[in-house]
Design a binder for this molecule. Structure first.
Ligand code: PMP
Length: 427
């Protein structure tokens, strides 16, 4: 299968067709991120922990400051000027997310704290209403803990079973075995679009097709996909899609659950409180329409406005160009570090997003991270909230470099030099 065809399968928009950033463009992008201008331990900061959280451009920081300096008020309930303006800006953020995901309606966009809360919402609302004793929820062997534990809680509560599609030695989902696990008892499929531990891009379009043939809805965990590739929820035909603002250059504390209107309308509320009701008496409450039914209490208004700025920043540059840049970095880094003796890359799927996990013989990943930190290079070490993936590869942890819009090939050279230093220390 060609790369383009595989990208199509994965729901990608052929980033290899996009033009790479020129040196001047990249410098301009880097200048947008104030945090990158500093030194760490006397060395220029090289930030390769983007899969954990990405840095914020000035446009996002300014939008949040501007909101607090000029607009701050609670939304929906006020008739005064500031409240109306805050409400308008919050509504505008929802429309920006709708456009970003190409959702049919802004009402299909629910603001949550992040991917974790989005998945818990679906598990506790859709799951509790639709999963019963003996039923099954199907996930993959490369899920983040936040796409495992909410389903375990649900299954434990309901007497249902969590089924897991296995992955191979490259970190790819065994799609045939996954399809075989779809049974008449499967009530929901939940898969990650991109693995945070391995970088694998899953063939989500194919997975959705397989599940839909059996009338099973699919939730896609897009935490690691939304920052790197065009996501079109209508084209994918996913039933739910979740992502976190803070990984896509927005603030922490804000994220998104997309859900098809028909499903959201039929689902019971997740949390009770202000804003999610139509009327309340001590005998009975009735609920607001979606999306408000799922947004109890004062939301993260500034967060939504910051996310709006982040998504506009990404869209102005072009998500395809961002994906192409990161892909170039991934290929460059893969070539550079695979030449280092005793280094092993963990995760070599044919389709990967900008995540490079590796181990060094006889060196604990935490030691790699600590020595690289002294060189100004920030990577993540540990199990990456994916303990089952570590178990699958018989390792306790990996070192992980993950790439973003502002990273450069020179920074990867610094990473490779740092790894050589680690080897010298442990020689
Ligand atoms: N899923 C994946 C694949 C992730 O990488 C992460 C974050 N590491 C999450 C879910 C959870 O995201 P958050 O912590 O922002 O809720």
């Amino acid at each position: 299968m060609t790369t383009a065809a595989r990208n199509f399968e994965a729901g990608l928009q052929r980033p290899e067709d996009a033009q790479l950033f020129s040196r001047a463009e990249l410098e301009k992008i880097r200048a947008d991120f104030p945090i990158l201008q500093q030194k760490v331990h006397g060395k220029p900061l090289v930030y390769f922990d983007n899969a954990a959280t990405s840095q914020k451009p000035r446009a996002v920081i300014d939008a949040i400051v501007r909101y607090y300096e000029t607009t701050n008020a609670n939304i929906h309930r006020g008739v005064h000027f500031l409240s109306e303006r805050a409400t308008e800006q919050h509504d505008a953020a929802r429309r920006t997310v709708q456009k970003f995901l190409n959702a049919r309606s802004a009402n299909e966009i629910i603001f949550v704290r992040g991917t974790t809360e989005a998945i818990n919402l679906v598990a506790q609302s859709y799951g509790r209403a639709n999963v019963g004793p003996g039923d099954e929820v199907l996930i993959t062997g490369m899920e983040h803990h936040s796409d495992i534990v909410p389903w375990q809680l649900l299954c434990d509560d309901k007497g249902a079973k969590l089924c897991v599609g296995p992955i191979d030695d490259n970190g790819e989902l065994l799609i045939g075995e996954f399809a075989d696990l779809l049974s008449p008892r499967t009530k929901l499929v939940a898969v990650t679009h991109v693995s945070n531990a391995l970088g694998t891009v899953n063939p989500v379009r194919k997975i959705i097709e397989l599940a839909h043939e059996r009338n099973v809805p699919v939730l896609v965990d897009g935490a690691q996909a939304a920052p790197h590739m065009k996501v079109d929820v209508q084209e994918l035909d996913c039933d739910f899609y979740a992502f976190s603002g803070h990984k896509v250059y927005g603030p922490t504390g804000i994220g998104v659950l997309y859900g098809k209107a028909a499903l959201l309308n039929a689902m019971p509320p997740y949390q009770g409180g202000g804003d999610m009701i139509a009327s309340v008496t001590f005998q009975k409450s009735t609920y607001n329409k979606v999306p408000y039914k799922f947004e109890a209490g004062t939301p993260d208004i500034a967060g939504a406005i910051g996310l709006d700025a982040a998504l506009r920043y990404v869209s102005d540059i072009g998500i395809d160009r961002i994906g192409a840049h990161e892909h170039d970095l991934l290929e460059y880094a893969t070539t550079a570090i695979s030449q280092i003796p005793s280094l092993q890359i963990v995760g070599s799927a044919s389709e990967k997003a900008g995540v490079l996990s590796f181990v060094l013989e006889n060196v604990h990943p935490h030691d790699i991270g600590t020595i690289l930190d002294q060189e100004g290079v920030a990577i993540r070490t540990g199990h990456h909230c994916s303990q089952p993936v570590m178990r699958r590869f018989n390792i306790p942890a990996t070192a992980r470099a993950s790439f973003a819009i502002y990273n450069t090939r020179e920074e990867i050279d610094a990473l490779a030099r740092g790894i050589e230093k680690v080897r010298e220390v442990f020689a």
